[in-house]
Design a protein around this ligand. Structure first.
Ligand SMILES: *[C@@H]1O[C@H](CO)[C@@H](O)[C@H](O)[C@H]1NC(C)=O
Ligand SMILES: *[C@@H]1O[C@H](CO)[C@@H](O)[C@H](O)[C@H]1NC(C)=O
Ligand SMILES: *[C@@H]1O[C@H](CO)[C@@H](O)[C@H](O)[C@H]1NC(C)=O
Ligand SMILES: *[C@@H]1O[C@H](CO)[C@@H](O)[C@H](O)[C@H]1NC(C)=O
Length: 429
């Protein structure tokens, strides 16, 4: 396969009828409480970090004021443990009155007032994973209506305490119920995460019809081991997972833990690069009030975000696993561009990896230019047969934005023949 055309070829793979709510044509971006703040409900001893309206208002302030919103990080998402332990007398879900004294409608107004969107959490089972009231098949319409009336923009629907039967009925039923409210509410389904196995025991065609994104695998934890286990699972199963992603329907390898405690600087850069290759949703779960400049720089990398948000929405693949423990990943992008990631699983020292674009199956008769996504450095005049060397740090990446500049035998004609390719030219960082 000629790689400069691969985006075109991949886009011809017949796609399932996608969910028609018009939302999330590119992977969603924002903030989600779970990985960093969990089910901390102890507002007496830990008022700053407990699951309360204050936490979500703080994060909304940071997203709006620290440059995140303009880059696309617009969702402020509540995870588990926001409700009271019991429903109201009329069976409505109600927020914990001490931790959310103003109510969810007021929180939604606050978030919307800052140009952001509010996400909420529910569970198809009898209880949420944290032991709060679940929705069950009986209360799907009622809960969907409640969320819509509050002005919620997204629902993460978990699957604890539910049988496979209830999941099979409940996930499609909630999709219909959300649609019936008339309010566009993006829908994140945890269904496949409860139907694991290798290969995955899920009908992804159906999922793409009813959900905007879905959690396929285990919850991420604050460790490199956890990131690696997710990377391994997603790329081992890429033949199943890669074709089902696209505009409006995404695989979700779970939150970004960049800015927390478990990743080194190199590992944080690797998570960001590999999630971008996967066309993954970018939900940060970190404390935006105290995040370091270096973590912020990784998360706010404009070229990275441009690649993640590429309008074709093609999920990338691992194309090579070298004996040297260097792995190469590729994601086709619009305007004949590609993203390439060179990832090192080594634990010794920076590795000088030498390869050529021909070795990576790029078209021979084209001259390319590459822009290093992290350093901004530009490598021009790269012929497909030229050997080049990238220096990849242990558990780190080198990431390239790569685009053709001309045909070898017809100098300067590439952009004449592909006028749209001009738009991919070096990105101003
Ligand atoms: C409901 O679904 C229909 C098509 O199935 C779509 O046209 C409409 O925009 C959806 N409405 C909402 C609010 O999601
Ligand atoms: C998967 O779901 C689709 C869409 O609902 C359906 O057409 C197809 O038959 C299902 N495939 C299997 C193997 O059940
Ligand atoms: C290049 O193409 C060959 C032949 O189709 C294939 O066996 C090989 O795996 C490909 N290599 C890469 C890096 O895509
Ligand atoms: C690139 O490296 C390969 C393997 O070391 C070698 O066979 C080839 O001749 C080199 N190509 C060029 C253009 O230097």
């Amino acid at each position: 396969m000629k790689l400069i055309n691969s985006a075109f070829l991949l886009s011809l793979i017949p796609l399932a009828l996608a969910l028609e709510n018009g939302l999330m044509r590119t992977p969603p971006m924002g903030w989600l409480s779970w990985e960093r703040f969990r089910c901390n409900t102890d507002c007496k001893s830990d008022p700053h970090n407990c699951i309360s309206e204050k936490l979500f208002m703080d994060m909304a302030d940071r997203l709006a004021m620290d440059g995140w919103r303009e880059l696309g990080y617009v969702y402020v998402n509540i995870d588990d443990c926001w409700t009271a332990k019991e429903r109201s007398a009329t069976g409505q879900l109600i927020p914990d009155p001490e931790r959310f004294p103003s109510g969810i409608k007021a929180l939604a107004d606050y978030v919307h007032g800052r140009g952001l969107k509010l996400g909420i959490y529910g569970d198809i089972g009898t209880f949420t994973c944290g032991g709060y009231p679940g929705t069950t098949l009986d209360r799907i319409e009622q809960d969907a209506l409640t969320f819509a009336q509050w002005g919620v923009d997204m629902l993460k629907f978990d699957g604890c305490y539910s049988s496979s039967d209830v999941q099979a009925q409940g996930y499609p039923k909630m999709s219909k119920a959300l649609n019936a409210t008339g309010r566009p509410i993006a829908y994140s389904c945890s269904w496949p995460a409860y139907r694991g196995g290798l290969p995955p025991q899920v009908n992804y065609t159906l999922l793409a019809n009813i959900c905007n994104l879905w959690r396929n695998y285990d919850d991420i934890q604050d460790s490199w081991d956890s990131v690696l286990s997710i990377v391994d699972w997603f790329f081992t199963n890429q033949d199943v997972l890669q074709p089902v992603a696209g505009p409006g329907h995404w695989n979700d390898p779970d939150m970004l833990i960049i800015g927390n405690f478990g990743l080194s600087y190199e590992q944080a850069r690797s998570q960001m690069a590999l999630w971008t290759i996967m066309a993954a949703p970018l939900f940060m779960s970190t404390d935006l009030r105290t995040i370091s400049e270096s973590a912020k720089e990784i998360l706010q990398n404009k070229l990275m975000i441009k690649i993640n948000q590429d309008p074709l929405g093609i999920q990338g693949r691992r194309i090579l696993q070298e004996k040297s423990h260097i792995e190469v990943f590729l994601r086709p992008l619009s305007h004949s561009a590609n993203a390439l990631v060179f990832f090192s699983r080594r634990t010794d020292m920076p590795y000088r990896y030498t390869t050529s674009l021909v070795h990576l199956n790029f078209t021979q008769d084209v001259v390319y230019e590459a822009q290093d996504v992290y350093t901004g450095q530009i490598i021009s005049g790269l012929k497909a047969a030229d050997n080049f060397t990238v220096v990849v740090n242990p558990s780190g990446v080198v990431m390239w934005y790569l685009y053709p500049t001309m045909y070898l035998d017809q100098p300067f004609s590439f952009v004449q023949q592909h006028p749209e390719a001009r738009k991919a030219r070096p990105f101003t960082l």
